[in-house]
Structure formats: structure tokens, C-alpha cells
Design a protein around this ligand. Structure first.
Ligand SMILES: Cc1cc2nc3c(=O)[nH]c(=O)nc-3n(C[C@H](O)[C@H](O)[C@H](O)COP(=O)(O)O)c2cc1C
Length: 355
């Protein structure tokens, strides 16, 4: 396991170098647990619409393993599922550095990476290794910055990863690709979901069914939430929403000197706003789509709050930067205890009980 010493050394490096060192170490297997303890049966869940089977609901959010290099070691840390990407059709370098900032005073992160990744060719060669997957491995697809038809990039991504990933995510909510979030607007979203849906139906016919999710931003008002929910429900092929990506908002509570850096804010300050948006979607959707809650999770109580707000599963990233991957086991233990304390025998019973 990654030790406290290893973690404090990584935390002394600039954040992007620390991330690169972590990926390199994981690739060689350094610090990776050999065996993962079995999950308690109370944490098992089958997502009702997508049918995704999870031995526990704690997932690794997109952005950590952009190139599908380390999903197997990350599963070994006890994640119930891992989402790789965002991958774009062509490789791209992303924005100029520095583009990743720790805000320790706020237990937060700001990033403006801009979809730096090796492109679909590399990604598919990595994700097609079946390996010993103890949980589903998702592929999060996006659009190149310079693409003239962004929707076509999602279609290209879907076709490339369909047969290799256990589920797909259409990421239209990164704040770091100018104009990308415009795909959340009603007309653009209808067009995207129609074209991706038609592609999915053909791929399903040729290769079999695959869960497809849409990842949205937390910076949405009630009208936008209602419109996205309606459009998502009318889509020809969509099983759920992932709520949410990072925020462009800067809450007044932020203390760290780097709070004015441009980009998406994640970590603790995102917990309440992203959970509020999740709850609003849950009320609109009434169980007709699966919900994965993301944003600010750093404890079992945080994960439980998302589940009570309607999430069937959750994901996290930023808390790993502060607490390391051993946090996963701790969150699972705390969640298991919280379910038992409230008299729930299974996780499904607790979903949406706080609405
Ligand atoms: C450095 C960094 C890179 C990210 N890259 C992506 C990405 O490529 N695609 C994506 O859908 N989300 C990306 N995210 C967003 C996370 O997946 C997640 O939605 C967000 O950080 C909120 O969760 P957290 O508070 O647990 O970090 C990134 C987040 C961070 C911190």
C-alpha cells in the first residue's frame, strides 16, 4: 500500500509532477496491494436502469487515469469501478502549465488541464487488456479542442471504445475546453444525444448492450436541470447521468491564495453544490435514469449523503490527492457502518431516502 511517507513525499512535489510520479509508480506496481479484501454484501448494488453490477459503489472519477494506464491497480485499492479518460479522438497536449493547483486550506483542487491525453489509438490499446477486472471499467469520451464537429468526436469515441469498456460516459461538462459546456443547451444536447443514440443502437446490434452515461456540470439552474432531465429521458440510448464535473464558481468560503486561478474547482467546496444539483436531478428523474454522484466526497458520510440524495453509486478524485488511495477502504467501512446504523440491509434501500 502507498504509505504515509510516500504520500507526504508526493505532496511536496508540484501537483502535476506528483500525479505523473503516481501513475508511473502504479504502472510498475509499486505500493499496489496484492490482494483486495472482499466487499461486504451490503455494499453490493445493481444499478437499476443500466444494469451495471458493482461490488461496492465507490468509483474512481475520470481525469485520474486519462489514458487507461492504471485501471487495474486502482481497482486493487478497492474501488468498485474505475472511469478512464477523458479521451479525445486525436492526441492533444492540453493547456499550458501550470494548470493544476492544490488548495490545501480548502481541501480543494483547481484544474485547467484541457483534456491532455494520448488519443483514442493509445487508449484503446490500453483498455482492451481485459486483465483481472474486479469491477467495471468505464471509458469517458470527449471532443478535441480544435474539432469542427464536436458531436462527431463523441460518435468516433463511442465506436472506438464500445467493445472494450464496460460502460461509456459522454463528457460534455469540462469547463476547460472553450464552448464544450454549450453542448448542455437544449438544441445542442438533443442533437448530441440523437446522433450518439443512433450510433449506440447500431453498436448494440453488432457488439451487444453497453451502459451509457452523460456527465453534467454543477453550474446549472433549475430550468437547465429540468431541460437536461427531459432531453436525457427522451434520448434514444442513455442509462444515466453523472453529477457532477468541476465547478466554475468560487464560493466565498475559499481561503487558499490560489483560489483565483482559472479552471474547474473540485474537492470539499464542491460537496454541497454538487449534491444539491444531484438531488434536483433525482427529483426530476424519479428513478427513470441511474445517477452517479460526484463532487467533494472525502468520507463515508459524504458518500452516504449523495446516496440519500439519489445516487446509486458515487465517484471521487480530489480527496485522493490529500488522503491517498487507502481512503477507499476507509470510506467503504464508514458507509457500511452508516447503512447498518440506519437499519438498511442493502445500499439500494438507502438510495433517495433523503429527498
Ligand atoms: C485534475 C483533474 C482532472 C480531471 N479531468 C477530468 C476529465 O478528464 N474528464 C472528466 O469527466 N472529469 C474530469 N475531472 C473531474 C472529476 O472527474 C470530478 O468530476 C470532479 O473532480 C469532482 O469530484 P472530486 O471533488 O471528488 O474531485 C477532473 C478533475 C481533476 C481534479
Amino acid at each position: 500500500m502507498i504509505t504515509q511517507l510516500g504520500l507526504s513525499l508526493l505532496q511536496r512535489l508540484p501537483p502535476e509532477q506528483a500525479h505523473q510520479a503516481t501513475i508511473a509508480a502504479l504502472k510498475t506496481g509499486v505500493g499496489v496491494p496484492v490482494r483486495t479484501p472482499k466487499d461486504d454484501p451490503s455494499l453490493t448494488i445493481k444499478l437499476p436502469v443500466s444494469g451495471l453490477n458493482l461490488s461496492n459503489p465507490i468509483g474512481l472519477a475520470a481525469g485520474f487515469d486519462k489514458n487507461a494506464d492504471v485501471f487495474l491497480p486502482m481497482l486493487k485499492f478497492g474501488f468498485g469501478f474505475v472511469e478512464c479518460g477523458t479521451v479525445t479522438p486525436k492526441p492533444q497536449p492540453g493547456n499550458d502549465r501550470p494548470r493544476l493547483f492544490r488548495l490545501p486550506a480548502d481541501r480543494a483542487v483547481i484544474n485547467r488541464m484541457g483534456f491532455n491525453n494520448h488519443g483514442l489509438g493509445y487508449f484503446v490499446r490500453r483498455i482492451e487488456r481485459k486483465g483481472d477486472r474486479s469491477g467495471p471499467v468505464g471509458a469517458n469520451v470527449g471532443a478535441n479542442k480544435t474539432s469542427e464537429d464536436r458531436t462527431a468526436d463523441y460518435v468516433t469515441g463511442m465506436k472506438a471504445v464500445w467493445d472494450h469498456a464496460d460502460y461509456l460516459t459522454l463528457n460534455i461538462s469540462s469547463p476547460n475546453t472553450p464552448g464544450l459546456r454549450g453542448l448542455q443547451d437544449k438544441g445542442a444536447l438533443e442533437d448530441l444525444l440523437r446522433r450518439c443514440g443512433e450510433t449506440a443502437l447500431t453498436l448494440e446490434h453488432d457488439y451487444g448492450r453497453k451502459p451509457v452515461f452523460l456527465k453534467v456540470a454543477p453550474d446549472l439552474d433549475d430550468k437547465a436541470i429540468e431541460e437536461i432531465a427531459e432531453t436525457a429521458l427522451a434520448a434514444p440510448y442513455l442509462h444515466g447521468l453523472i453529477v457532477s464535473n468541476t465547478t466554475i464558481a468560487r464560493p466565498d468560503t475559499l481561503k487558499d491564495e490560489d483560489k483565483t486561478e482559472a479552471g474547474g474547482l473540485s474537492g470539499a467546496p464542491l460537496m454541497t453544490p454538487s449534491t444539491n444539483v444531484l438531488r434536483a436531478f433525482s427529483k426530476q428523474l424519479e428513478g427513470r435514469l441511474d445517477l452517479i454522484g460526484v463532487g467533494g466526497i472525502a468520507s463515508g458520510a459524504d458518500a452516504y449523503a449523495k446516496i440519500k440524495a439519489g445516487a446509486h453509486a458515487v465517484q471521487l478524485y480530489s480527496a485522493l490527492i490529500y488522503d491517498g488511495p487507502n481512503l477507499v477502504a476507509q470510506i467503504k467501512e464508514e458507509l457500511e457502518a452508516a447503512l447498518a446504523a440506519d437499519g438498511f440491509k442493502t445500499l439500494s434501500e438507502a438510495v433517495g431516502t433523503g429527498l
